[in-house]
Ligand binder design. Structure first.
Ligand SMILES: *Cc1c(COP(=O)(O)O)cnc(C)c1O
Length: 403
């Protein structure tokens, strides 16, 4: 037990996890800026800039666009509880823990939720959604764009089509994808889209950017019952983030400073460049892992989420011990699996500021050393060579991010 009144000195980790990702020194500086009040005229104007940048990152003109004061799960809660009323039915596509969480949150409202499932590691079939919705009045179809628990990315457009046929809203969880994977809220006609700040945006955890379109806004105004959650009632929170800037709750002001700086970094780099960087760094990581004989969990390359790579721990390798050595000897954090995959999977995140070429090489080198020590037969240097080869074939992108 350390002395509780000792000065705070956290380690400096390289977080290659499915969140939080590392943050730029610029974002650390923003966190340390002077605190102001939440209705200070300087702050209420500053909020407008954050909203405008969020619109650019979501690629939307939606007026109602702002960060909810909660982690990504609060984004799920906000999206779901605002549209569901007693007696409603909805469909949630479940292919992992986080899409399952959306279903769970929705079920707790008392609405009838139809879970349309896919085996973990795969995407849900839009045909199954169509079948599940046939002859029913479905309020929304919900899905996770990036399913972080298994490293799967879902193509949104086919679900938009099915939702249209069912007369349903489309709710998309983009916590693991926004700013790292192509997503265009207006062009893809996503009715409600939410994210988290600690993943590819690379701000600290604790806020959930959300955007809702005019159709949803109108639906919320015409609700028959009150939203079951006072804190996440969008119409009320919009009074603060809307024109009036009327007090609803005190938001985490320093986190909004940090989000502002992180969004500036994303937009300075450009969305297209950021998507490309994430894709290329993951391609190099995958090339390295495959050359080391580590099996990818998601078989279909098209379904692999560029921000999170899930692998099956090779036979004879102790997953927990490997992660502990990565952390203690190399300061690198990766994640294990969730639920059924707790002991059989590693998940390696390359998100936002963490998604850098140097980090891929550092990680492969550290992993190789640890696997060799555990007796795994692999050709020394093969992983790094494959990754370097992959980078060599890639088009040039800016190596750094937010320096
Ligand atoms: C991380 C994540 C969440 C949950 O976010 P928290 O910030 O941990 O509450 C939800 N959905 C997806 C897809 C995620 O990756």
């Amino acid at each position: 037990m350390t002395n509780p009144i000792e000065e705070l000195r956290p380690p400096t980790r390289l977080m290659l996890t499915p969140g939080p990702s590392c943050i730029s020194p610029r974002v650390y500086r923003a966190l340390a800026m002077p605190l102001v009040g939440h209705v200070d005229p300087w702050f209420t104007e500053f909020m407008g800039g954050v909203q405008e940048m969020l619109r650019r990152v979501f690629q939307t003109q939606n007026h109602i666009t702002f960060p909810i004061s909660a982690s990504g799960s609060g984004g799920i809660e906000t999206a779901v509880v605002n549209v569901l009323e007693p007696g409603d039915e909805a469909i949630v596509c479940v292919n992992g823990t986080f899409s399952g969480r959306m279903a769970e949150v929705a079920e707790r409202t008392g609405a009838k939720i139809h879970r349309v499932a896919a085996p973990f590691g795969r995407t849900v079939d839009p045909e199954d959604v169509r079948r599940a919705g046939q002859g029913r009045k479905i309020k929304f179809v919900g899905l996770a764009h990036g399913e972080t628990s298994t490293g799967v990315v879902t193509k949104i457009d086919p679900f938009r089509k099915v939702a249209d046929e069912l007369g349903a809203l489309l709710i998309v969880d983009s916590v693991a994808t926004l700013a790292g994977v192509p997503l265009d809220v207006d062009r893809q006609h996503i009715d409600i889209c939410f994210s988290g700040t600690q993943k590819a945006i690379s701000a600290p955890p604790g806020m959930a950017p959300i955007t809702v379109n005019a159709r949803v806004d109108e639906m919320l105004r015409n609700r028959k019952s009150k939203v079951q959650s006072w804190y996440f009632d969008l119409t009320m929170v919009t009074d603060y983030w809307g024109k009036g800037r009327t007090y609803h709750h005190t938001p985490p002001i320093p986190l909004i400073y940090a989000l502002h700086e992180a969004l500036r970094i994303v937009l300075e780099e450009g969305l297209e460049a950021s998507w490309k960087r994430h894709r290329q760094n993951q391609a190099a990581l995958i090339a390295g892992l495959e050359a080391m004989g580590i099996p990818l969990f998601v078989e279909n390359p098209e379904d692999r989420l560029p921000t999170v790579t899930a692998v099956t721990i090779p036979n004879g390798i102790d997953g927990a011990k490997t992660r502990a050595r990565l952390l203690n000897e190399f300061n690198i954090e990766i994640a294990g699996g969730l639920g059924d995959f707790k002991t059989t999977m590693w998940r390696i995140g390359l998100m936002g500021y963490s998604s850098q070429r140097a980090n891929v090489l550092l990680f492969l080198d550290a992993l190789e050393r640890i696997l060799l020590d555990q007796g795994m037969k692999l050709a020394v240097g093969a992983g790094i060579a494959a990754a370097v080869g992959s980078f060599g074939r890639a088009e040039p992108v800016a190596v750094g991010h937010g320096k």
